[in-house]
Design a protein around this ligand. Structure first.
Ligand SMILES: [Zn+2]
Length: 120
């Protein structure tokens, strides 16, 4: 016996629509605007004292301004002195000696930070 109805594909129980567009799953953060990272060159070429160089920003030959900040290196040296000499040793010396501090070189012409010489 032949089937009374032609063998047609039954309709799917639920239609398969197009996939949801991206971003439909909750609120998505918009892509952040591109912010160029600050150009801070950590180099060993710069010492603890002002040096004459060509500024990479204004291309002028300048002698860098150096500002000293107490960085991690001074604290490490302080702890080492405390450990080996004692808490009443000369552990404060790193905070007084510029060579134990981080030296930040800035351009006197355009005031750009050219590099930081760290102790560690
Ligand atoms: Zn400059």
């Amino acid at each position: 016996m032949a089937a009374p109805y032609p063998a047609t594909q039954p309709m799917p129980p639920y239609p398969t629509g197009p996939p949801p567009p991206p971003g439909a799953y909750g609120m998505q953060q918009p892509p952040p605007a591109y912010v160029p990272p600050p150009v801070i060159i950590k180099t060993t070429a710069l010492g603890s004292h002002p040096c004459t160089m060509q500024c990479s920003h204004c291309q002028a030959m300048i002698t860098t301004n150096v500002s000293y900040t107490t960085g991690v290196g001074a604290w490490v040296i302080c702890l080492l002195i405390c450990f080996f000499v004692g808490p009443w040793g000369c552990c404060f010396i790193p905070f007084c000696v510029d060579s134990c501090k981080d030296a930040t070189h800035t351009c006197p012409n355009c005031h750009a930070t050219l590099g930081t010489k760290t102790v560690m």
